[in-house]
Design a protein around this ligand. Structure first.
Ligand SMILES: *[C@@H]1O[C@H](CO)[C@@H](O)[C@H](O)[C@H]1NC(C)=O
Ligand SMILES: *[C@@H]1O[C@H](CO)[C@@H](O)[C@H](O)[C@H]1NC(C)=O
Ligand SMILES: CC(=O)N[C@H]1CO[C@H](CO)[C@@H](O)[C@@H]1O
Length: 680
């Protein structure tokens, strides 16, 4: 540098000795660090700031160690300080993300290296674990667990289908079926998804409606096989279901032959099928099922008391009792002990608003017990009652345990000495439905899957956009059809569950439209429930107020806990695929982001165990599993009612619906919990 300096001064200078007297000049003597701008001023030169990644006064700059000061790299990924700058090593094994490099502290602190866990199990080959075994994903890694239920072996020997049932007995089931061990140890068989039959013989079931392929609508679910014109083609897939020459779309009585289409009152129903032929009543409601619609029936519930005098016009109650004298009879009073003539129930939880908080009627205030089961009706729920059947023998402790917990048998007779009392042998809850066909063997109030009694909940009551849903329930309550292009709405059954397995077949029976359909569980009220919803294609909601909502295809599981309740906010939050504060939390979305296909049957299987917050949803197309939420833990709702959900989609069929009470904690949760506890 000295040498260069001399050359320069020699060139410009007019003689030795003058250099020191000169005012410094960048072009003559640049004192700045390489790359730093140099500026001339009257009193000398000034240097600009040090280059990015270096620190100092401009004439002297030294490297900043970003690695030490800011730690820009993902934990476990090495940070290499360079002069200048830094580089992060690639994300550690088991994580994906970019290799990051940069200069300076600001960049290092605002552009941290992001590495996301790779779900090794979700690679389409079970993470390399042997087929039919459990693959468990963890942060940065995964491991292979035991064989799935119904398979035996280990990761070395492989997992083979058991020829014995889980309880060790010989497996008598069809190759396409699995065994279910009953509470008394007996075995029953159930066909796999996509197959139908009694479990000992199973045939292919293309539309998954529980009727094998000799089905009168092979490709459209119709679990009840309804066929009014008996032409061998089921109503659900027969263009002229009643065979009167008028196609269903045009027919004002599509299930009763009326080729003349006479319609005196000019409502939507021809005289042949109109329960009030001379009075417009498009809801066709007929409470007492006497053939005369409520609109033209002077005693709609058929209890002998005319509507105008009846304090419960829609529930038969000849005694007309009304404890709180509010003019509303006890059987139909949402608050029978407190006067509330208006009967308002804004949150659709079947408890009158005047009761305020639910707990006033909760029969176990300190135990989560959505089902509110109270077998002996003593006002104390089974969940917290030490003697569920009030027979003096405690349920679990001495002098019990009670050999029939739900049926009073003070003498505890047990002739075959098998530990199960005679009065409940084979029918634990004594509801006259034997345990192995009883969907809730430990609850006398619930015996079969039945949605014939349901409550319609409209989630956007003010919505001007669309009409309310129109539900039709078929096959003894095991099938629901929704026919209108509607606002969001629910059909909710009345039974509340604790642990439940809920499955059904979902089918959109039209090629028009591409919107949402699904099912709900854990329903507490119209602001609190879980929904599994599925859309065909991506779409922004057409009403951008109160906020813009964008729906993505791909199965979604949401926890709805709405501070506003039904209305525009909840409507848009439901539409949106994501979290909306105070409304909806997206618990899971299928990463494949694939929408449903028209006229295709899908089977969902839900497992919900409220005490531990376990939720798992699986989806099948035919016999193939196409989506699986894995283990989701959420305790926003501790159980509740079940139902189906639609939003702007018409012609949805929910077929072959089945629910079962089940409080057994699944095996994969046990493995998951061990792993989780080990990590903490
Ligand atoms: C797997 O099962 C075989 C046969 O039962 C047994 O010999 C082997 O030890 C097992 N391996 C492991 C890792 O448990
Ligand atoms: C109840 O749930 C457990 C765990 O998910 C399952 O293994 C079992 O088969 C279910 N029981 C019935 C009767 O479906
Ligand atoms: C403690 C608890 O979770 N109790 C619940 C019992 O069940 C009723 C009815 O669903 C709930 O309202 C209570 O919160």
């Amino acid at each position: 540098i000295v040498c260069v300096y001399l050359i320069f001064t020699g060139f410009h200078g007019s003689g030795p000795g003058l250099v020191a007297d000169r005012i410094p000049d960048c072009s003559l003597s640049n004192p700045c660090y390489p790359g730093v701008p140099c500026s001339n001023y009257a009193d000398g030169v000034r240097c600009g700031p040090c280059p990015l990644g270096l620190t100092g006064n401009g004439t002297h700059c030294v490297d900043i160690d970003e690695c030490k000061l800011v730690k820009p790299c993902f934990p476990g990924s090495r940070c290499v300080n360079t002069e200048p700058g830094y580089t992060c090593d690639p994300c550690p094994m088991g994580y994906s993300g970019d290799r990051v490099r940069g200069l300076g502290l600001e960049r290092a602190s605002t552009h941290q290296q992001v590495c996301t866990d790779i779900d090794e199990c979700d690679d389409g080959r079970n993470g390399g674990c042997v087929p039919n075994s459990i693959c468990i994903n963890t942060q940065g890694s995964f491991h292979c667990g035991s064989c799935q239920d119904g398979y035996s072996g280990n990761q070395t020997t492989g997992c083979r289908l058991l020829h014995t049932c889980p309880n060790g007995l010989r497996n008598p089931c069809h190759a396409n079926a699995f065994c279910v061990v009953q509470r008394n140890g007996d075995i029953s068989c159930t066909c796999n998804v996509g197959w139908a039959g009694d479990g000992y013989i199973c045939g292919p079931d293309t539309d998954i409606d529980s009727v094998p392929d000799e089905d009168n609508c092979r490709f459209t679910p119709n679990s009840g096989q309804e066929d009014v014109d008996k032409n061998g083609v089921g109503d659900q897939c027969d263009e002229d279901a009643d065979g009167d020459g008028v196609t269903n779309m045009q027919d004002n009585c599509w299930l009763i032959a009326n080729s003349m289409q006479v319609n005196s009152d000019e409502d939507s129903f021809g005289d042949a099928c109109d329960n009030c032929p001379y009075l417009i009543n498009n809801d066709q409601k007929d409470t007492d099922d006497n053939g005369a619609g409520d609109a033209c029936d002077t005693d709609m519930d058929g209890d002998g008391i005319p509507n105008i005098l009846d304090n419960c016009p829609q529930i038969p109650n000849p005694p007309q009792t009304d404890i709180d004298s509010d003019g509303v009879g006890d059987p139909c009073d949402s608050c029978p002990y407190v006067s509330n003539p208006s009967q308002s129930d804004i949150d659709s939880d079947l408890v009158g608003d005047i009761y305020g908080h639910q707990d006033t009627r909760d029969n176990c205030p300190n135990v989560p017990n959505s089902s509110q089961q109270d077998s002996d009706r003593d006002g104390q729920g089974d969940e917290c009652d030490e003697d569920d059947d009030n027979d003096g023998v405690p349920d679990y402790v001495a002098p019990g345990p009670d050999n029939c917990r739900l049926v009073a048998n003070p003498a505890q007779q047990d002739h075959d000495s098998d530990g199960v009392g005679d009065v409940c042998e084979g029918d634990f809850d004594n509801d006259q439905i034997v345990d192995h066909i009883d969907v809730c063997p430990e609850n006398a109030q619930v015996t079969t899957t039945d949605f014939r009694a349901y409550q319609t909940v409209v989630l956007d009551p003010e919505g001007d956009a669309q009409t309310d849903p129109h539900w039709v329930v078929l096959n003894q309550g095991m099938e629901i059809v929704q026919t209108m292009n509607s606002d969001p709405g629910l059909a909710v059954g009345y039974i509340a569950f604790n642990g439940v397995d809920f499955e059904g077949t979902f089918h959109v029976n039209t090629v028009t439209d591409d919107d949402y359909a699904g099912f709900i569980f854990g329903y507490q009220d119209s602001s609190s429930f879980y929904v599994v919803m599925w859309k065909q294609t991506e779409q922004a909601y057409w009403q951008a107020t109160p906020f813009r909502a964008v729906a993505q295809p791909g199965l979604q599981l949401k926890a709805v806990k709405s501070s506003s309740g039904p209305g525009e906010r909840l409507r848009n939050a439901l539409w949106n695929t994501g979290d909306t504060e105070d409304q909806v939390k997206l618990l899971w979305k299928d990463q494949q982001n694939k929408g449903w296909n028209d006229k295709t049957s899908y089977r969902w299987q839900l497992i919900h165990r409220p005490p531990v917050g376990y939720i798992r949803v699986k989806l099948f197309e035919g016999s193939e599993k196409v989506a699986d939420s894995g283990i989701i833990i959420d305790t926003t709702m501790r159980g509740g009612r079940l139902g189906v959900f639609c939003f702007s989609q018409e012609n949805i069929i929910w077929s072959n619906l089945r629910y079962r009470c089940n409080d057994t904690i699944p095996a994969d949760f046990v493995a998951y919990r061990e792993k989780r506890d080990a990590q903490h």
